[in-house]
Ligand binder design. Structure first.
Ligand SMILES: [Zn+2]
Length: 229
């Protein structure tokens, strides 16, 4: 259903939009309510191809700006597409304890690229992050990561076409030059983001926790006097 900006500033169908997203200010997945709508009179005068609406985040009350394509200008209203473009994204940081410093700094640059919408740079930094992971793990480790990546995709119900795109970014080598990194649209970039976080979680956080837990357990078995942990 499209959104209509009518003469006199009324906005129709916006209540049916059901906009919910990760708020760039509070990071909470939250509903948004429209608070500032463009005036039809100005839209009709300048006829921009895209325009924006300011919403408020229902969780933190901050302003969130979303951009919309204008589909059609009529005599008394402008029709906006119901698909919107996020202008700001939540700035995330990823922390890896232990010896993943290089991986952490590369991936945090990837997150910055994503947050400001530089998706090509984001894909390149994801590949560099993955290369640093494979340097850490060696060739057999890379094969394990490949299997885990496919398993995670299957669990998440990612379709084959998207998965093959993700695999190209993450696992293909640079031998043919970095121009072989596929172009990602916003949706694919979002999928890649979650897949990369899962990959790093599997390799660095989950294994690290398990290893520490097992070490503590062995330590307790060898030295039953240290039950305090
Ligand atoms: Zn918020």
């Amino acid at each position: 259903m499209s959104v209509f900006v009518r003469m006199g500033g009324r906005l129709e169908h916006i209540l049916n939009l059901e906009i919910a997203l990760d708020c760039p200010h509070c990071n909470v997945h939250s509903h948004l309510s429209a608070v500032s709508v463009p005036r039809y009179e100005y839209l009709a005068r300048f006829k921009p191809e895209r325009t924006g609406i300011v919403f408020r985040c229902d969780s933190c009350n901050e302003a969130v700006f979303l951009r919309f394509q204008v589909v059609h200008y009529a005599a008394d209203h402008a029709e906006l597409d119901n698909l919107y473009e996020e202008v700001e994204r939540a700035g995330e940081r990823f922390e890896i304890n232990g010896n993943g410093g290089k991986v952490e700094s590369l991936f945090n640059e990837a997150l910055t690229c994503y947050a400001i919408g530089c998706l090509d740079a984001f894909a390149s930094m994801c590949r560099r992050t993955a290369q640093a992971v494979f340097d850490d793990l060696g060739e057999s480790g890379k094969l394990n990561v490949f299997d885990e990546f496919n398993d995670a995709a299957r669990l998440a119900g990612i379709d084959d076409e998207t998965l093959s795109l993700m695999r190209k970014v993450v696992f293909d080598s640079d031998s043919e030059g970095r121009s072989n990194i596929p172009d990602l649209d916003a949706e694919n970039a979002g999928v890649l983001l979650e897949m990369m976080k899962d990959l790093l979680y599997q390799v660095y956080i989950r294994r690290g926790r398990l290893r520490r837990a097992l070490q503590e357990r062995t330590h307790r078995l060898e030295d039953p006097g240290s039950q305090s942990a």
